[in-house]
Design a binder for this molecule. Structure first.
Ligand SMILES: Nc1ncnc2c1ncn2[C@@H]1O[C@H](COP(=O)(O)OP(=O)(O)OP(=O)(O)O)[C@@H](O)[C@H]1O
Length: 373
C-alpha cells in the first residue's frame, strides 16, 4: 500500500492573484513531494497537457530544438518552446551525411495525448507503414481555415528535406494558394530530368502537366522494379541503387473539385499514387472540406491516416465516421485516426519557432536558403 505523503506545515506561498483552494493545495503537495519520489512509490502523475499556442506563447511546440532563441518584435527574448526532435536542425543535417541512411517515411509531427495510458507521446506518422497494405498509407489533413493545414505541410517538408539528400527524396507539390513556395528553392523539388515539380495548378494545362509528370515517374519506377526483381525501395537501396522516395503533396484539394476539367484527372492521379506506395511513392492531401462534393469519399476512405483540425461536428463525422468531442480551437490542435483506427488528440508542431507568423516565415525561408552541409 502506498503511504499518503506527509506534507510539512510551511508558510503559505505568496501569490499574486487568489487561487482556488484545490489548486493551491496541489501546488503545495507538488513542491514537497517531487515526481521522482512519487515514481519510486509507484505513483505516476497525469502527463502534462498538450502544449497550447496562445498569445503569451504562440509557438509552444516546434519540430527541431531551436539553435537560439529568436527575439520578439518588441526586442524581448521569447519563452522556451518544446521540441519534437531533441536535436537542432543542424545536428540532423550533420547526421544525414554521416549515417548509413535507409528509406523511411516516418515523420515526427507533434505530440499525442493518450489519457487512457496516462501518456503523452511523440506523434509519428509513417506513410510507408510497417505491416503491409493496411498500415501507413496516404495522409489526409482536413481542417477549417487557419487551423494549421499549410503549416503542417511545411513541418512535413521541413523534416523530410532536412533528413534526406535530394537524391534520396523528391517532392512533387500542387499548391494552389502558394503556401509552400519557400521550398521551391530546394533541389528536392526537381525531378531527374531537372524539371521543377511545384505548381499552383491554376491553369488546366499546368495541372495536366503535373499529373503527367508524376504518372511518368510511377511508370518508370514500375519498369525499374520489375527489371531489378525488387519488392521494395529498401531492397534497391541496400543493393546500392538509390532511387528517391517520392512525396506527392496536394494542398487544398477542394480547390480543384469544382473544375470539371480537372476533377477527374486529379482523382485518377491520386488513385495511381495511392497504388504506388510499395514503389516508394507517397501521398499527403489537405482540404478545408470533407464533403463528397469537394473530395471523393473513396479518397477519404483510402487515406488510412487522417487528421482533423478544428472541424465542425458534421465534418468530424464525415472524416472519422464517428462523433468526437470538439477540441480546443487553437491552430495545430485536433484528432488523428491512425491505420489501426485508433483516434487520439494531438498538437502539431510548427516547423520553426518565432512569436508571429511573419517572423516564422522569414526564419523558415532563411533556413531553407542556407547552404546545407
Ligand atoms: N501547430 C501550430 N502551432 C502554433 N501556431 C500554428 C500552428 N499551425 C498553424 N499555426 C498558426 O496558425 C495560423 C494559420 O495557420 P495555417 O495558415 O497553416 O492554417 P491553414 O489551415 O492552412 O489556413 P487556410 O485554410 O486559411 O490556408 C498561422 O498564423 C500559423 O502560423
Amino acid at each position: 500500500m502506498v503511504q499518503t505523503p506527509i506534507v510539512p506545515h510551511t508558510q503559505p506561498t505568496v501569490m499574486s492573484k487568489p487561487q482556488p483552494f484545490f489548486e493551491a493545495a496541489i501546488e503545495r503537495i507538488c513542491s514537497v513531494y517531487t515526481q521522482d519520489s512519487a515514481r519510486k512509490d509507484g505513483i505516476y502523475y497525469w502527463p502534462e497537457p498538450l502544449p497550447t499556442p496562445d498569445q503569451q506563447q504562440p509557438d509552444p511546440l516546434v519540430l527541431f530544438y531551436p539553435e537560439q532563441s529568436l527575439t520578439t518584435h518588441t526586442g524581448m527574448e521569447q519563452q522556451e518552446c518544446e521540441a519534437v526532435i531533441p536535436m537542432t536542425r543542424r545536428e540532423v543535417l550533420e547526421r544525414r551525411s554521416r549515417d548509413n541512411i535507409r528509406p523511411s517515411m516516418q515523420i515526427p509531427l507533434g505530440l499525442t495525448d493518450k489519457p487512457a495510458e496516462q501518456q503523452r507521446e511523440t506523434l509519428l506518422i509513417n506513410l510507408h507503414g510497417t505491416g503491409g497494405d493496411e498500415t501507413g498509407g496516404p495522409l489526409l489533413i482536413a481542417g477549417a481555415q487557419h487551423s494549421g493545414k499549410a503549416t503542417t505541410l511545411q513541418t512535413i517538408l521541413f523534416w523530410l528535406t532536412t533528413r534526406f539528400l535530394p537524391e534520396q527524396l523528391h517532392c512533387a507539390i500542387l499548391d494552389p494558394f502558394a503556401e509552400l513556395t519557400h521550398f521551391q528553392s530546394l533541389p528536392h523539388l526537381y525531378n531527374s530530368n531537372g524539371d521543377a515539380c511545384w505548381s499552383t495548378g491554376h491553369a488546366d494545362e499546368q495541372l495536366r502537366h503535373f499529373a503527367e509528370s508524376v504518372q511518368a515517374e510511377i511508370q518508370q519506377r514500375r519498369t525499374t522494379f520489375s527489371q531489378q526483381h525488387a519488392q521494395t525501395l529498401a531492397q534497391l537501396w541496400s543493393q546500392g541503387m538509390i532511387l528517391p522516395q517520392i512525396l506527392v503533396v496536394i494542398s487544398n484539394y477542394q480547390f480543384f473539385a469544382e473544375r470539371t476539367a480537372t476533377a477527374m484527372p486529379l482523382k485518377k492521379l491520386v488513385q495511381s499514387v495511392i497504388e504506388a506506395r510499395t514503389l516508394g511513392i507517397y501521398l499527403v492531401i489537405t482540404s478545408t472540406e470533407t464533403n463528397q462534393r469537394y473530395i471523393p469519399q473513396e479518397i477519404i476512405n483510402q487515406c488510412s491516416t487522417k487528421i482533423g483540425l478544428n472541424l465542425k461536428d458534421q465534418q468530424r463525422r464525415e472524416l472519422f465516421g464517428s462523433t468526437l468531442l470538439s477540441t480546443e480551437a487553437v491552430p495545430g490542435r485536433g484528432w488523428i485516426q491512425t491505420p489501426e483506427r485508433r483516434i487520439q488528440e494531438i498538437q502539431l508542431a510548427l516547423p520553426i519557432n518565432g512569436t508571429n507568423e511573419s517572423l516564422r516565415d522569414v526564419e523558415l525561408k532563411r533556413e531553407l536558403l542556407q547552404p546545407t552541409l
